[in-house]
Structure formats: structure tokens, C-alpha cells
Write a protein that binds this ligand. Structure first.
Ligand code: SPQ
Length: 429
């Protein structure tokens, strides 16, 4: 576990940046291509640790996957050709791998066991295990199958009409994948809109999915066919540079070719509400995903209220939005974000502890944060909590700190942004 010390700087964030491929779309591309018949090529794939866990899960089931930097060639032989893994599958730190793969493993014709690291082993799996059992899935494990390690005694599933009680794209996606393998029709009705990459990408692999408002319907026993996917840049990774630029007057940054799906682009709207000089222009579509450039200049920010339907759209950006709020004039209230308690760490506590250690004034509530903007932070020594988004928030905090910021266990940043520090150094001018 290595540390990094970042010294105060009066440089600005200037120039053009290409952030790594979208994590959510990278996971889904590997899963769909590995289940498909035929050879798929995935480009601009995120080679962060989490997505490589999904790659390894399918290699463990006999799928031939070649990797050449950010390009994957996946030689799918179809669902029926997947083989029982001889060793337990390691989901590492990746909640997306764990939840989406549960939907797949439950409906295959063999037995699988899976485990994760200490953080993932504390994250709730009953949110997928309980609805999957309603389709006939046989899942057991710690805490009655609510926590990893889990065992999947694969079996034929039956379609089911699911009404979700949690706002989660991972749960929705797990149930749609199980529905694709099941007999009959599966519907999933959400209580609020969550990222829709599964519904957008599955049809590219020849799978029929119908979307009617918040209800998504998939017919069972569908065999995906190979497709090529170019993964757009990850807006959740871009968010760290968006806020860094917004916080430093004189900054002028363009982030190129980033995914601007309207279930993910709430960071742009949030920063606009805070008074930032930011604009996003969609210039193309990759498949159905809108892709464009984000232009951001440094200036001053004001406090806002953030809650309701926008929360799932910015759920992974809340740590960096909270940092922005420490530099804003007035108070920022973030509510309806109780899902943050179930991430790589309890992000409500971790954000408040980290920012307060650096000299901010942040209070926690059951479902969010109250941040009293007060300008420059003092600096200090913080821990990433093994959470990539807390680590990157700490690094950006160093840009508005009077003294150095030391981040302990910075390596977790490799989970979603392996070249984060390289990009930060290149952008500071
Ligand atoms: O994969 P993991 O660890 O769950 O990743 C996180 C992240 O910060 O990168 C959350 F910790 O993103 C999730 C996101 O919060 C990725 C995701 C997806 O790809 O479907 C959906 C969201 O989670 P959820 O629980 O709301 O479905």
C-alpha cells in the first residue's frame, strides 16, 4: 500500500484531456460479448482492476479473451459453451462484477462459487439474491446468501415481474441478464431512473429489450450475437477534472469524447447550478450512447440543494461534488443519497471524515451531507479507505489546500483510473 504527498500549487488546469473508458459500459461489453456467439472487439476498454475482474470471470468459464492495451478481442462461443469454473471466481473490489455476474451465474447450467475482497464482502448481495430466487435461482452464502462468498447452483430460471425497491442499475441489470437466460418474459420496474447502459447495449448484441417508461421487458432464452463496442470516456472519471478546473480560477479545460448519456451527465447540470462555467456538447453517438466534449473554466461557486431524481445520476460523483461545495459560497445540502452508505466504503462517513480532516466543515445526515462552504482547506494526512473515489477526491483537494495533502493507500485509484496522477500532472500548467 503506497502513499503519495501532494504539495500545494498555484498552477491551473489547462488543455485537453481524454479520460479512460467508461467503467459501467466496459463491464457490460465484456459480459455481453462473452455470452455471445462470434468474435467481438471492444476498444477503449477500461483496463482498471474492476473491469479486469469481469474479464477474468469469463476466462475462468473458458472464454478466450485477448487483451492488447485497451482493446479486447472476445471469442464468444455462446451461453451453452460456458464451462464450470474449477476455482472460485474472484470479484475483487467490484460491486458491478458481483451484482451483474450473479444474474448470469444463477441461470447457467453449472455450479459456481465467488468471493470478493474485504470491502466487497461487506456490501449487500441480498438486493440481487432475493429477487433472483423469485425466478428460481439457488444462491447460498454468508448471511443467508446476503453477503459474499456466494455459491450459485445454476438452474433454469422462470421469468418474473419485478418491482424494484432500491434505485440500483446493478440490480436492474442482474435481473435483466437473468431474464435473458430464463424461460418466459421478465419485467423490471424501477422506482427511479438509474443508468441505462444495459438496456442501450444489449440490443447491439441482437437481444430484444423493450423499454416503456420505467419498465423494462426482456424475453427469455435469447442468445446474444457478437458486436463491436467502442467505449466512450467515463464521465465519472471526468468529474474529478471538471471540479479541479472549476475550483481554480484561470483554468480552461476540454474533456474530449466523454459519455454524455442523460442518466449519467448530472455532474454537468450540478456544476451549472453551482455557478460553474461549464458546457457539454454531444457531437456523436457510439451505438446509442451520446458522446461529446465538456468545456470547463475556473471561477467561483455557490452552494446548492441536491436531492431527488438527480441523485442516482450523480451517485458516484457525490464525493467530488462535496469537495466542490467546501469551496462554494454558502451551504450545500445533499439528501436522498442513502445508497452512498453501500458503496466501496460508507461514502457519507468517509467523505465527511476526509474533508473535515483537511479542514472543511461537513456534517453527515442519515441520507446525505451538509457542507458549509468556507474556502481554502488546510491540508493534512488522509486515508483513501481503499475507495478509489475518496482517493481521487483527496488528490483534487490538494489543489485547494494551503499545506500538503498526503493520501495513504493511493493504489485503489487503479480500480477505475489507472493513469489518474499522470493526467493530473499533465493538466497542471
Ligand atoms: O462497481 P462498484 O464498486 O459498485 O462501483 C461504483 C463506483 O463508484 O464506481 C459504486 F461504488 O459504481 C456503481 C454505481 O454506483 C456502478 C454501477 C453500474 O455500473 O451499474 C451502478 C451504480 O451502483 P448501483 O448500486 O446504484 O447500481
Amino acid at each position: 500500500m503506497s502513499d503519495i504527498q501532494l504539495q500545494p500549487t498555484d498552477k491551473k488546469i489547462i488543455g485537453e484531456l481524454n479520460v479512460p473508458g467508461d467503467k459501467s459500459i466496459s463491464h457490460r461489453s465484456v459480459i455481453f460479448a462473452s455470452l455471445a456467439e462470434g468474435t467481438s472487439k471492444i476498444t477503449n476498454f477500461l483496463t482498471g482492476e474492476d473491469c479486469l475482474r469481469t474479464v477474468q470471470a469469463f476466462r475462468d468459464m473458458g472464454v478466450e479473451i485477448e487483451q492488447d492495451d485497451g482493446s479486447l478481442t472476445i471469442h464468444g462461443k455462446g451461453i451453452a459453451a460456458l464451462q464450470e469454473p474449477v476455482v472460485p471466481i474472484n470479484f475483487g473490489n467490484s460491486g458491478t462484477t458481483a451484482r451483474l455476474m450473479s444474474g448470469v451465474l444463477a441461470g447457467l447450467s453449472f455450479f459456481t462459487t465467488a468471493f470478493g475482497d474485504e470491502s466487497l464482502s461487506k456490501r449487500p448481495m441480498d438486493r440481487v439474491a432475493v429477487p433472483l430466487r423469485k425466478m428460481g435461482a439457488r444462491i447460498s452464502g454468508r448471511n443467508k446468501g446476503g453477503l459474499l462468498p456466494l455459491a450459485f447452483d445454476g438452474t433454469s430460471l422462470q421469468g418474473y415481474d419485478h418491482k424494484l425497491t432500491v434505485k440500483s442499475a446493478q440490480v436492474k441489470s442482474a435481473l435483466l441478464l437473468a431474464g435473458m437466460l430464463a424461460d418466459g418474459k421478465t419485467t423490471v420496474t424501477e422506482i427511479g431512473e438509474t443508468r441505462n447502459h444495459t438496456e442501450m447495449l444489449l440490443p447491439e448484441f441482437g437481444v430484444d429489450v423493450e423499454v416503456d417508461g420505467r419498465t423494462i421487458c426482456i424475453t427469455g432464452n435469447q442468445q446474444p450475437t457478437a458486436a463491436d463496442v467502442k467505449v466512450p470516456g467515463d464521465i465519472s472519471s471526468a468529474a474529478f477534472f471538471i471540479v479541479a478546473a472549476a475550483l481554480l480560477p484561470g483554468s480552461d479545460l476540454v474533456i474530449k469524447n466523454v459519455g454524455l448519456n442523460n442518466t449519467r451527465n448530472g455532474i454537468v447540470q450540478t456544476m451549472q447550478q453551482m455557478g460553474a462555467d461549464i458546457r457539454a456538447d454531444v457531437h456523436t453517438h457510439i451505438g446509442k450512447e451520446p458522446v461529446g466534449d465538456v468545456y470547463i473554466k475556473g471561477g467561483s461557486l455557490k452552494g446548492i440543494e441536491l436531492g431527488g431524481q438527480l441523485i442516482p445520476n450523480v451517485i458516484d460523483e457525490i464525493p467530488i461534488i462535496a469537495l466542490a461545495a467546501t469551496q462554494a459560497e454558502g451551504t450545500t445540502i445533499i439528501k436522498d443519497a442513502e445508497e452512498l452508505r453501500f458503496k466501496e466504503t460508507d461514502r457519507i462517513s468517509a467523505v465527511a471524515d476526509t474533508l473535515n480532516t483537511l479542514g472543511a466543515d461537513v456534517e453527515t445526515t442519515e441520507d446525505g451531507l451538509i457542507i458549509h462552504g468556507k474556502g481554502k482547506l488546510s491540508g493534512g494526512v488522509i486515508h483513501s479507505y481503499g475507495d478509489h473515489r475518496i482517493g481521487m477526491m483527496g488528490a483534487v483537494a490538494s489543489l485547494v489546500s494551503e499545506q500538503a495533502v498526503t493520501i495513504q493507500n493511493k493504489d485503489c485509484i487503479n480500480i477505475s483510473y489507472p493513469n489518474f496522477f499522470e493526467h493530473l500532472n499533465q493538466s497542471l500548467k
